[in-house]
Write a protein that binds this ligand. Structure first.
Ligand code: AHR
Length: 515
């Protein structure tokens, strides 16, 4: 018994020890022919009919003085194109399971109104509908990801939506589409079958939803038998592994293109804390919740591997990001929050997790794109700013469709009040032109960290670096100081005969490029 206790003690102590040599973390990055491609869709976004996401965010209407293309703000189109936004999920979220797509087509003055039950009880006039969204995706060069209504809709309604958007031949729905001004179908690839079926999508059990899913998936043909649609099941709430198990067990693999997972970084659902006025305690516990993503992806993957060892089904983390109390004085149902260096660190570390699990994680959607939760864009009437999270996603866009370079290291620890987190997060890839990108995050709020990377085998010689950091963790871009946090040249490294010696400041995100 005593021996067993001693062994447990030693394992615990060893797992807490920083194995870095002389305070330097040795990171190994390898070329590996078998490594997966990092699917660009990991860098996806989410736009729900919620608060000022669509109305007052993306969409101002074509009579607005704010420069727009068919009602969509030109400044947002430009910023998202620069971000290389690969896909956009719409119209929810919880809203999706109350949304009847036929309310949002045809002449705008004739569209019926509905009340947005989930988000602030506002009256939705349906002026932004299917055509508006899908045409906007074309402008953005982004794949649309439509979230279908299972909670309060019907199989026929969802099957009709697919026919309306995707069928090029003659049919009732394609005729209706043509009558509404769109001849060619949009060919929407990604289809969600409900959202959060365990909660706002209908409070279903996993077993019940699995059956519902099978029924919906059966009738959601792409109507041309090209196999062109990816059906995505509503996935688990964070660590609800039973949900994943039941769905993988009960849904045939050939009916399942993707399985979702939702996880928000929240300190405490009862006391979420302010987005800007937070202490190190608030920072540490937000990061603790965010970094749980590593465990979630690993454990959900292990369950999926059991039923799908060939990894045919994609894991789709179709809602992730930080969730704080709404900004004071704003509508509690609108989920508007500011975005600080904390959010930049969180985004960098989460995206590293997705990159490193690219064999299974093939899409993710940050919640949400404009004016809601961990937004990349904030607007105030005619003004628009990009957030620190925007800059991280733009910097990391170099990983889109690049080949993962597996990375390994023993992270030093970031200690706060006796609790610990890994201080360093990293991922690396090689793009189709042979350029290597290594993204590094120092999660530690107080201490810089030293890292050493041997790059001799990577086939590149000259490195440059970019950093996102600021004087304070609480710093953010405001409408008065929109460029307080922007990427700058990173000089904190030396290339000593193929060994990069890097000193990364506290709470900062760095991307190194080797050519
Ligand atoms: O992103 C906000 C909400 O969070 C979504 O509507 C819902 O799916 C989740 O609970």
């Amino acid at each position: 018994m005593k021996k067993a206790l001693l062994i447990t003690f030693l394992i615990t102590i060893c797992s807490q020890v920083n194995f870095a040599q002389g305070g330097v973390t040795v990171v190994t990055v390898k070329n590996n022919a078998d490594a997966p491609i990092i699917n660009k869709n990991i860098y996806g976004h989410f736009a729900e009919h919620l608060g000022r996401s669509i109305y007052g965010g993306f969409f101002v209407g074509d009579t607005s003085k704010i420069p727009n293309t068919k009602g969509v703000r030109n400044d947002i189109i430009k910023a998202l194109k620069e971000l290389k936004i690969p896909n956009l999920r719409w119209p929810g979220g919880c809203f999706a399971d109350t949304y009847h797509w036929k309310d949002g087509i045809g002449p705008q003055p004739e569209r019926p109104t509905i009340v947005n039950k989930w988000w602030g009880g506002t009256t939705e006039d349906n002026s932004f509908g299917t055509h508006d969204f899908l045409n906007m995706c074309e402008l953005l060069g982004a794949e649309p990801y439509l979230s279908g209504n299972v909670g309060s809709g019907t199989v026929q309604e969802l099957a009709d939506w697919v026919q309306y958007t995707n069928f090029s031949g003659k049919s009732p729905m394609s005729d209706l589409r043509k009558k509404n001004g769109r001849k060619e179908p949009w060919k929407v690839k990604f289809w969600g079958i409900g959202n959060e079926a365990w909660g706002c999508g209908g409070n279903m059990t996993a077993e019940y939803y699995a059956n519902e899913y099978r029924k919906y998936a059966t009738f959601m043909s792409d109507w041309e038998n090209t196999g062109g649609i990816t059906r995505i099941a509503s996935g688990s709430n964070s660590a609800d592994y039973n949900w994943t198990e039941v769905l993988m067990k009960n849904i045939p693999i050939n009916m399942l293109g993707g399985l979702g997972v939702h996880h928000y970084a929240v300190i405490d659902w009862g006391k979420k804390g302010d987005g800007v006025n937070f202490t190190e305690d608030g920072y540490f516990h937000t990061m603790q919740s965010a970094l749980k993503m590593e465990e979630l992806v690993t454990k959900h993957s292990a369950i999926m591997d059991k039923y799908d060892p060939e990894k045919k089904v994609a894991m789709i983390v179709d809602e992730w990001g930080a969730w704080y109390e709404v900004e004071q004085g704003t509508n509690p149902g609108f989920l508007y929050q500011q975005n600080t260096m904390r959010d930049a660190v969180l985004a960098g570390a989460t995206l590293n997790i997705f990159n490193n699990h690219a064999d299974r994680v093939r899409m993710a959607n940050l919640a949400q794109c404009v004016n809601v939760l961990q937004a990349v864009i904030l607007t105030d009437k005619a003004k628009m700013i990009t957030t620190p999270t925007y800059h991280v996603m733009k910097l990391y866009s170099v990983h889109q469709d690049a080949k993962l370079l597996p990375i390994s290291f023993q992270s030093p620890l970031y200690t706060f009040n006796g609790e610990t987190l890994p201080a360093i997060s990293a991922s690396a890839s090689k793009d189709k032109n042979g350029a290597v990108h290594i993204s590094l995050v120092n999660v530690d709020a107080k201490n810089k960290n030293k890292i050493e990377i041997d790059v001799n085998d990577l086939g590149v010689k000259n490195f440059t670096g970019t950093i996102i950091t600021s004087a304070k963790l609480q710093d953010y871009n405001s409408f008065d100081t929109p460029n307080k946090i922007v990427p700058t040249v990173f000089k904190g490294f030396e290339n000593k005969k193929g060994k990069l010696e890097i000193t990364i400041p506290p709470f900062s995100v760095v991307v190194l490029e080797g050519k």
